[in-house]
Ligand binder design. Structure first.
Ligand code: ZN
Length: 207
């Protein structure tokens, strides 16, 4: 049981079913999506404490950042040594999109991917990254995906988490320690994404 709980690979691999095959140029989007959901879905299923899921996501961002700058994300392909950057800059893209959809458009990544899978996803779907992004915007993404894609695809440095972290009330107190604000909007947003109430945070005073 401990082994099953501790294993992220099954959830990661199943999360790849949410997207079509995106080729080498879209590998960062594909691996990023699976890396984001491997933590989100485990937290929602109770396999991972919610705050631990945020820490693991952040740990991935830190590993990606340590790789240092390189080729643009849409040209990084399978280049050696950049695996952590591909996975976690990709995950940062999806977190950024999810937070923007929830805060500014009253929808979320789950809903957009769900609508996309109903209309357009077959087991042998193959798309160019830009075509997938455009399809997500048509499936309720409201232009959020195209806007973020233009920015992230051209990045040669690891993306900053400042904007999403501010909205989520997450800050780094010192090395490897995350702080979670108890400001109501931030708590609500974190809980909406990770589902479960974290076990290491005291309940809000109003409850
Ligand atoms: Zn993968």
């Amino acid at each position: 049981m401990a082994e099953l709980r501790g294993d992220w690979t099954a959830v990661h691999e199943l999360s790849h079913l949410f997207h079509p095959y995106l080729g080498d140029d879209g590998r960062w989007l594909a691996e990023g999506l699976a890396s984001y959901y491997q933590n989100v879905l485990r937290a929602r299923a109770g396999l991972l404490d919610a705050n631990e899921a945020w820490r693991r996501l952040d740990g991935g961002f830190q590993r990606g950042r340590r790789v240092g700058p390189g080729a643009r994300m849409d040209q990084v392909g399978w280049s050696r040594g950049s695996t952590m950057r591909i996975y976690w800059a990709g995950a940062a893209f999806w977190l950024d999109a999810d937070v923007q959809l929830r805060r500014e458009h009253g929808t979320d990544l789950d809903r957009v991917l769900g609508r996309y899978s109903q209309c357009c996803l077959d087991s042998d779907s193959r798309l160019e990254p830009q075509e997938f992004i455009a399809a997500l915007d048509r499936a309720g993404g409201r232009g959020v995906f195209a806007r973020l894609y233009r920015r992230y695809a051209a990045m040669t440095e690891f993306p900053s988490q400042d904007a999403p972290y501010r909205a989520l009330g997450i800050s780094e107190s010192d090395k490897d320690t995350l702080r979670f604000s108890d400001e109501a909007d931030a708590v609500r947003l974190r809980r909406a994404i990770m589902g479960a109430r974290p076990t290491d945070t005291a309940p809000a005073k109003s409850e």
